[in-house]
Write a protein of this length. Structure first.
Lengths: 92, 142
């Protein structure tokens, strides 16, 4: 089962410039493991200590996975995963 | 250097004033590789906070897809500081992930004068750059 994963500009140095790559897994965690096997280094850009990094947004189809159980979210055939850098900041 | 249209500059400042005392945020998109900020998009601050901002993740996905469809990129990423100077904070720097973008900061701490400053943030390093306000950004309107 292959899922399309859309990669933001900032991480395309790890995918030979590809905007979208494929990976497989029944959950987001498995999918990210597979992604990291295919594109070493990508995993740690997304996950730290078993949790999604706060600097990235990961979407399953149109939904932020933080509202779908985070890294344990179920991934189905034909789903699309999109990664975007979170845009945030503050006064301090 | 950031070259920006006067009207867009004024609209960014107006957005910051309107949302004060909360931080305002948004982008100005432009054709990929052009370095021309042309299409301003006000974003909701999901934090609705005077000291923090975060793009609403769902809105961000929609806006980023729209840019993809139009072969655009975020040329400017702006936000306001409401009580401090228009200089990137440590938090701003830790989140900055677009080495090609101009990070614009507006301070609304003074009701009369608007501080409007622009920075490059690459690998945690902040470099201020001059801002040139122009009447037109070079290409005729389409």
């Amino acid at each position: 089962m292959a899922t399309e994963v859309r990669i933001p500009t900032i991480m395309r140095n790890l995918t030979d410039g590809a905007k979208a790559v494929e990976a497989s897994g029944a959950t987001l965690a498995e999918l990210i493991d597979d992604l990291d096997r295919r594109h070493p280094g990508l995993g740690e850009k997304l996950v730290d200590g078993g949790k999604l990094r706060r600097f990235v947004n990961v979407y399953l189809n149109d939904e932020d996975v933080r509202f779908l159980g985070g890294i344990e979210a179920q991934v189905a055939d034909g789903d699309t995963v999109t990664v975007l850098p979170a845009v945030a900041g503050g006064m301090r | 250097m950031l070259r920006i249209n006067r009207e867009i500059r004024d609209r960014i400042v107006a957005h910051a004033r309107r949302d004060h005392p909360d931080e305002a945020c948004g982008i100005v998109a432009g054709p990929i590789g052009s370095d021309r900020p042309e299409r301003m998009v006000e974003m909701a601050n999901a934090e609705r906070s005077p000291t923090f901002y975060r793009f609403d993740s769902k809105e961000q996905l929609r806006v980023w897809r729209e840019m993809d469809d139009r072969d655009e990129e975020p040329v400017v990423i702006y936000h306001s500081h409401t009580a401090t100077e228009a200089y990137p904070s440590r938090t701003d720097v830790s989140y900055a992930s677009e080495p090609g973008a101009h990070y614009v900061l507006v301070s609304t701490r003074d009701a009369e004068t608007a501080e409007f400053r622009s920075y490059r943030i690459v690998d945690g390093e902040v470099t201020e750059e001059p801002v040139e306000v122009v009447e037109f950004t070079g290409e005729p309107a389409r």
